[in-house]
Design a protein around this ligand. Structure first.
Ligand code: FMN
Length: 169
């Protein structure tokens, strides 16, 4: 795992010492829901899935936000939602398909986290994405921006943050 990247980028993970109440003895199971236009967010999702599998997590499935695989969501302890930043680069940035994400089938009782790819400036998109995922009823642990030209490094950081909040040290 790498340490914190040098560039500043926003996140909504809060490391307050609290750990999500998930079974410790069983392998963790995660489903990924992804929105992608040119492939960066899929690539990020693939990297996250690989890295979690290296931590002995099970990936129950990876599907599109527009066609969510309900069975993989149902079987997962944690749902990871990823999308990309859409805007005018300096103003008007928002997570693409935030409305579709907020309207995903209810995830009440599920844990969730989110990630957002961007090129230069994502504005407050990660806060908006976190809010959208929260609207599904999920208990959202947080989210992280992933710069599209530093996906390997930033997905390392995402997994690190996630493990901090779902696995006791
Ligand atoms: C129409 C459009 C608008 C974009 N607006 C922004 C923006 O405001 N800020 C930014 O940092 N990146 C912006 N981007 C870059 C994308 O967020 C970035 O390339 C992202 O990784 C794309 O994800 P994808 O390959 O999964 O579709 C924009 C891209 C497109 C196509």
């Amino acid at each position: 795992m790498t340490s914190v990247p040098s560039s500043r980028h926003r996140e909504t993970f809060v490391d307050d010492g609290a750990v999500l109440d998930l079974a410790e003895s069983q392998p963790m199971k995660a489903a990924l829901l992804v929105e992608s236009l040119t492939g960066n967010t899929w690539k990020a999702a693939d990297l996250i899935a690989d890295k979690l599998q290296q931590e002995r997590w099970t990936i129950t499935g990876m599907s599109k936000v527009g066609h969510p695989d309900l069975s993989s969501i149902q079987r997962a302890d944690l749902v990871l939602v990823g999308t990309w930043t859409h805007g005018l680069f300096v103003v008007g940035q928002a997570p693409f398909a935030a409305g579709n994400i907020a309207n995903l089938p209810t995830m009440r009782g599920k844990k969730a986290a989110c990630f957002l790819t961007f090129a230069l400036h994502a504005g407050k998109s990660i806060d908006k994405l976190t809010d959208a995922v929260r609207q599904t009823g999920a208990d959202v642990a947080g989210g992280l921006e992933l710069r599209r030209d530093r996906l390997d490094e930033h997905t390392d950081l995402f997994v690190e943050r996630l493990l901090d909040v779902v696995q006791p040290a």
